[in-house]
Write a protein that binds this ligand. Structure first.
Ligand code: FAD
Ligand code: SIN
Length: 527
């Protein structure tokens, strides 16, 4: 193993891992603190942020308010959203979106110059800001990347993967990187931020980039950091059924404009399921489509009712994904399947992104701020990444006195081998999809845990991406087994109702399992 120390960052600087919206916003707002921005592939690439389509939910319409946005957020959260963080995010949204416009994000506007507002499932108002139609993520990443490249306080390290955290005397003091050339690099910092995104690619069917393997969560767990809500994995109802990987998304904004879901007999089956029809909460629509798939019947998205001359410029990503699949939305029905899309759980943080261990912050999809509760309202996650990323930077700047970390080389918590284990990824993806997916039960979860344990034993002790994937899979399955009820995106076929005794969050911290109530950080240990 080769250890290098980056001395100039060891006392007052910050390491930010991940270059999606959360990581780039944090890095920019940390100015003038020197920042090392580490990312697995190219800057802004390999991120869900880049793929985002629908947009950013912000209450800016004349008939809207942050209060209404909060009510919608908490209503889908099914009693588990923390109302304090919900309020912080919905209230600061208009101002933070102005910051995005100031750094050069060009949101779409109507003829009178007002933001053009889209609609998505379970929103009571039109409040989704978008850019270049459904290329919102592309535009956000373009503007943020350009600002990052121009910022002298940020040094970018591309094509390097954070592999493990370093912990000294109960504090996170840096991170070990696996370099693109196979070597190892040790970074020291008082302030480490994990903005490593989601976990979708540990599932067979996912809309997430292959980089979304939950590395940040696995690293944090190994370092004894508290995780929460791991069982809550959101499945998007309408990924386009195709051979592409990740599965292309057919944005919910299509249904917001009036696209219909039909079965293979042309029936609008959502009529029998929910009063909001195609715009019912995501978990409801995803389960309805999943159920039809079990009877070997195919579900389609019908965009013909909303086809018009503007469709190609409003939905350019949809157009190009359909074209790759040989489909034409002006006349063809588009076959859809649910796909792992967003992880609500993650590193348990306060509203400033502080984790349970000093020296470590988290934001974006890697964090569990508890805003989303048991289900996430569409287009609330870019917003969360933007706002909490800024708050992490503020909190680091407020506390950044600089503790002296010394000059000794730092050791990883785990043996460094960097081995690759062919085939493991596919096996885990199959287990997660079939047994820890849209529907779960005690039987499926226990089988999944046994199978994941077996794969884990085959790996041995050394650090690897496969180790992270298995760790995260086990933590999701373990939490899903503990929550003996159905709520939001977590659906147990053996406990199909919500149970008030589970109005709380499940936390995992090493061998300790506990629960916390929304709005509190004191953990009650479970026996
Ligand atoms: P990401 O954007 O995923 O960035 C994570 C970064 O960390 C990446 O750069 C990744 O390469 C890097 N990384 C990962 N592991 C490591 C490691 N070990 N070392 C170094 N770097 C690492 N949300 C909305 O609000 N509105 C939408 O319209 C919307 N549309 C979506 C469409 C799609 C297809 C998908 C997949 C998601 C969508 N979401 C949307 C969800 C939203 O995009 C994400 O939740 C959000 O972008 C997460 O931002 P992030 O910065 O936390 O993570
Ligand atoms: C979409 O455009 O359907 C995705 C929006 C989101 O996940 O928030």
């Amino acid at each position: 193993m080769k250890n290098e120390i980056i001395d100039e960052f060891k006392e007052t600087g910050a390491v930010v891992v991940g270059s999606g919206v959360a990581g780039m916003v944090t890095a920019l707002k940390l100015s003038p603190i020197p920042v090392l921005l580490v990312t697995k592939s190219g800057i802004g690439e390999g991120s869900s942020s880049y793929l985002a389509q629908g947009g950013v939910a912000v209450a800016v319409g004349a008939d809207d308010s942050p209060e209404l946005h909060s009510v919608d957020t908490e209503s889908v959260g099914k009693g588990l959203s923390d109302d304090r963080i919900v309020r912080i995010i919905t209230e600061s949204a208009p101002e933070e979106v102005k910051w995005l416009a100031d750094i050069g994000v060009r949101f779409d506007r109507d003829e009178s110059g007002h933001y053009s507002l889209g609609k998505e499932g379970a929103h009571s108002r039109r409040r989704i800001l978008h850019a270049h139609g459904d290329r919102t993520g592309c535009e956000l990443v373009r503007a943020l990347r350009s600002a990052v490249r121009k910022s002298p306080h940020i040094k970018i390290i591309e094509n390097n993967s954070a592999a493990d955290l370093v912990k000294t005397d109960g504090r996170i003091t840096g991170v070990i990187l696996r370099k693109g050339d196979g070597g190892w690099l040790s970074l020291k910092s008082d302030n480490t931020v994990l903005a490593t995104g989601g976990i979708g690619s540990i599932y067979r069917q996912s809309t997430n980039p292959v980089e979304s393997t939950g590395d940040g969560l696995a690293m944090a767990f190994r370092a004894g950091v508290r995780l929460a809500d791991m069982e809550f994995v959101q499945f998007h109802p309408t990924a386009l059924l195709s051979d592409q990987k990740p599965l292309p998304l057919l944005t919910e904004a299509l249904r917001g404009e009036g696209a219909l879901l039909v079965d293979d007999k042309g029936r609008r089956f959502m009529k029998d399921i929910h009063a909001l029809l195609e715009l019912a909460p995501r978990d409801v629509v995803a389960r309805a489509i999943w159920d039809r798939g079990q009877d070997n019947s195919q579900v389609f998205l019908d965009c013909t009712p909303i086809w018009n001359a503007e469709f190609p410029s409003r939905f350019p990503t949809v157009m190009s994904n359909c074209s790759v699949a040989g489909l034409d939305p002006s006349r063809d029905l588009l076959p859809v399947v649910p796909a792992a899309h967003y992880h609500i759980g993650g590193i348990f943080t306060d509203s400033d992104g502080r984790s349970s261990v000093p020296g470590l912050w988290a934001c974006g999809e890697a964090a569990a701020t508890l805003i989303h509760g048991a289900n996430r309202l569409a287009s609330n996650s870019l917003l969360e990444a933007l706002i909490v990323g800024g708050r992490v930077a503020g909190s680091i700047k407020d506390t950044c006195e600089g503790t002296s970390l010394g000059t000794e080389p730092q050791e990883s918590l785990t043996a460094l081998t960097g081995e690759v284990f062919p085939g493991i990824r596919e096996k885990v993806a199959g287990i997660m999809w079939e047994k820890v997916g849209v529907l779960r039960s005690e039987e499926s979860l226990r089988t999944a845990l046994a199978e994941l344990d077996e794969l884990n034993e085959a790996l041995g002790e050394g650090l690897s991406e496969e180790m992270n994937i298995i760790t995260v899979g086990r933590l999701i399955a373990r939490s899903a087994l503990i929550r003996r009820e159905s709520r939001g995106v977590h659906y147990r076929t053996d406990y199909t109702e919500s149970d008030p005794m589970w109005d709380k969050h499940i936390c995992l911290e090493g061998d300790v399992t506990g629960t916390v109530r929304s709005g509190s950080d004191s953990m009650e240990v479970m026996k």
